[in-house]
Write a protein that binds this ligand. Structure first.
Ligand code: SIN
Length: 569
């Protein structure tokens, strides 16, 4: 049976929900999410949303800070677009009832500061901004009769068909068109076919590709893998952002200590209590994130210590209880009293700056397929994302995509439903039992450790080459043995994780310079004459697999035709 909707949204974070709420005014929306609807990266975002709302701030300053963080690779027209339309999108959230912390003046906000910002411009709801936003958006989606949310549903692959573009009887070229997706109902153990006019990938990040990450378990890079397999272009996957300060504690899993803590005066110190950031950058503790993460890595290697410390105790209990209740409580539950003790911290994988290439409407290189939020590469972040620019980007592009998609809906409705094959065959062959489930756990761990050790904050040619050799071998093994393992969520995630890891490594191998988040000791300098370019990857045997070009954000060309795929890696 086919499920037919006007819009199919994959992911229930800020990008997917913002799009869904706007698109639902014109048609039916399915939101598909692989776990619980609240289990998204958005829900864990602490710091907030960067936006020009302060009296002492300006668009030019926010643009300048974003460009500087991006280290030459931001697309300036995109930075301009996001920064200047940002305040309207904040207005949308306020209208829905998101309660950002207010300032002392009437109609003002309490604005936080994070690394690389020249002004206080982070709107926040204490230290749980993402949770406050997610709660409001989910409540609005739940009460919208045009929106259906499918939990525990995981996308296997997109349904992409080819269409010949003709001039009279002449075939001009073939175009890829996305028609929907095959989706695994994890609880019901069935694969459903979803057909839609517009498909939105809003699947978030890929932090779980690394052993240590600030991301929740769902962040396995699914959207990147799905889009790549479907033939879309991806870019700049070598730029993985490591957050400098994740809690270091044996029982704390993925817990972030927000950069806002340093924005409020927190200082990074070593085990002996010595502050060290001034040695590395004039902005000290509030330098750009790539610089702080590398400095911590250097300090840990130099001293042999397992972590460094972040000290905010001088601000006192009353202030900390009000400003950082979540961090205070979490640390206290682990025996760390941040009003008295410095917090042990280490860097961990946090944000993927590259992703699926999109234009100004969030459209990918495949017709009817859009990518929004962390899984997209719009050109905003360049080689290093400015802190708290990501939720803003997600809202701006969700709005732009909704404008474009809703404009097309009448013509889609007037056409007959495309012929789309179901894929029941896959279930029949996969339901056989297997005693090789250990392969999933082993390779899951192996890939994440490999990425952490060989493709981390500081890279070398040798380690990158070894990583490539290993990942190619692991993926070949998986391809050989996968058909004997029953299809399940873990297997699907592992396939995606392996593919994303290989793409990150290939992009990192390709870039023979150091820029932003990509630091290679064998090529320690930035090389503008050769590498002021994006690294673009695409699955297409007819073309070079990886290239170094400047992608266009005005109108990416439609992808070349390729056959319908189903979990081919
Ligand atoms: C943080 O709160 O430090 C994270 C903010 C971000 O990654 O943008």
């Amino acid at each position: 049976m086919k499920n037919q909707f006007d819009y199919l949204v994959i992911g229930s974070g800020i990008a997917g929900l913002t799009f869904a709420l706007k698109a639902a005014r014109s048609g039916s929306v399915a939101i598909v999410t692989k776990k619980d609807r609240l289990e998204t990266n958005t829900n864990y975002a602490q710091g907030g949303i960067a936006c020009v709302v302060g009296q002492d701030d300006s668009f030019d300053l926010h643009v300048q800070d974003t460009l500087e963080a991006g280290d030459g690779l931001c697309h300036p027209e995109v930075v301009d677009f996001v920064v200047k339309t940002g305040p309207d999108r904040i207005g949308d959230l306020l209208a829905l009832g998101v309660a950002f912390n207010r300032g002392a003046e009437p109609n003002s906000f309490d604005l936080g500061r994070e690394g690389g910002h020249s002004r206080n411009r982070i709107l926040h709801a204490q230290d749980m901004t993402g949770r406050a936003v997610e709660k409001v958006l989910i409540a609005a989606a739940e009460s919208d009769p045009n929106i259906v949310i499918f939990e525990n549903h995981m996308v296997l692959d997109l349904i992409v068909q080819q269409q010949s573009m003709k001039a009279g009887s002449l075939d001009l070229y073939q175009k890829d068109i996305c028609r929907g997706a095959y989706i695994l109902d994890i609880a019901g153990e069935q694969i459903h076919t979803f057909v839609a006019n517009s498909v939105l990938l809003c699947t978030g990040g890929a932090g779980k590709v690394y052993l240590y990450t600030s991301n929740p378990d769902v962040a396995t890079g699914d959207g990147l893998a799905i889009a790549y397999r479907a033939g879309a272009r991806l870019a700049n996957l070598e730029f993985v952002q490591f957050h400098p300060t994740c809690l270091y504690h044996p029982t704390a899993k993925n817990f972030l200590i927000s950069e806002a803590v340093r924005g409020e005066g927190g200082r990074l110190i070593d085990r002996r209590g010595r502050a060290f950031m001034e040695k590395y950058h004039p902005l000290g503790d509030l330098a750009f994130r790539d610089i702080v993460a590398r400095a911590i890595d250097t300090e840990m290697k130099r001293t042999g210590d397992d972590c460094v410390f972040l000290d905010i105790s001088h601000k006192g209990g009353e202030f900390l209880k009000e400003r950082f209740p979540n961090i205070l409580q979490k640390c206290l539950s682990l025996g760390i009293d941040i009003t008295k003790d410095p917090i042990p911290v280490v860097p961990a994988a946090h944000y993927m700056c590259g992703g699926i290439i999109t234009n100004a409407a969030g459209r990918t290189t495949i017709q009817n397929l859009y990518a929004i939020g962390e899984c997209a590469c719009t050109g905003l972040h360049g080689a290093n994302r400015l802190a708290s620019n990501s939720l803003l980007e997600a809202m701006v592009y969700a709005h732009a995509a909704a404008l474009e998609c809703t404009g097309q809906i009448q013509s889609w409705r007037s056409r007959s439903l495309p012929e789309v094959p179901d894929c029941s065959e896959r279930i029949a062959t996969q339901n056989s039992s297997s005693n090789e489930m250990v392969m999933i756990a082993h390779n899951w761990d192996f890939i994440r450790r490999l990425m952490w050790n060989y493709v981390g904050i500081v890279r070398t040619d040798k380690r990158l080459d070894l990583a490539l050799t290993h990942i190619v071998q692991i993926r070949a093994e998986l391809r050989e043995h996968m058909p004997n393992i029953p299809l399940n969520g873990d297997l699907v995630e592992l396939q995606g994780l392996g593919l994303v890891a290989e793409l990150i490594i290939r992009c990192a191998v390709r870039r023979k310079e150091s820029r932003g988040l990509h630091f290679n000791v064998d090529h320690p300098e930035k090389d503008d004459s050769n590498w002021l370019q994006d690294t673009v990857v695409r699955k297409n045997p007819a073309e070079e697999f990886i290239s170094t070009v400047r992608f266009r954000t005005d109108e990416p060309a439609s992808g070349q035709g390729r056959p319908l795929s189903f979990l081919h890696l």
